[in-house]
Design a binder for this molecule. Structure first.
Ligand code: CMP
Length: 140
């Protein structure tokens, strides 16, 4: 079981000033911040990050959205981090997310769903490496 996951607070949640509250919920759930940065990704960076979805009908809109404003990217550490974080954020579609989850609280739609969370240990490392080098990581 891996102990890191990767997250982004998406442009919708950053622009609506939910960053502090979301980071606090993550911290209170027992995650350690290994790395964190705020940045505005380009369209081509968003295309690369979400390349796995390039055949999906929502890909173009997703790329536009993710490059529309600043995001907060972070690596999080906790035992069984990928699974635990997906529980904390809730279903991709906020209409199906459980009460108290980050997406239930802050997501506006299936696309503007406030936060990203890796879906496997392998992808967590790939996604973390997209944004952070080894010397930018501070493990517990
Ligand atoms: P995320 O967890 O970042 O992974 C892929 C993203 O694609 C997802 O969150 C949503 O923002 C977006 N997405 C997934 N499914 C759909 C959909 N059916 N319509 C629009 N956007 C989607």
């Amino acid at each position: 079981m891996g102990n890191i996951t990767f997250t982004m607070i998406k442009p919708c949640a950053v622009s609506e000033e939910h960053t502090g509250e979301i980071l606090s919920l993550i911290n209170k759930d027992g995650f350690h911040f290994v790395a964190m940065k705020m940045l505005h990704i380009s369209k081509s960076q968003a295309e690369k990050f979400y390349a796995v979805h390039s055949e999906r009908p929502f890909y173009k809109d997703l790329v536009e959205f993710m490059s529309s404003g600043p995001i907060v990217a972070a690596i999080l550490q906790k035992e069984n981090a990928v699974v635990e974080f997906r529980k904390l954020i809730g279903n991709t579609n906020p209409a199906q997310a459980d009460e108290g989850t980050i997406r239930k609280l802050f997501a506006k739609s299936v696309q503007e769903n406030a936060v990203h969370g890796s879906d496997s240990d392998e992808n967590a490392e790939i996604e973390a490496s997209f944004f952070f080098s080894q010397i930018e990581r501070f493990y517990k």
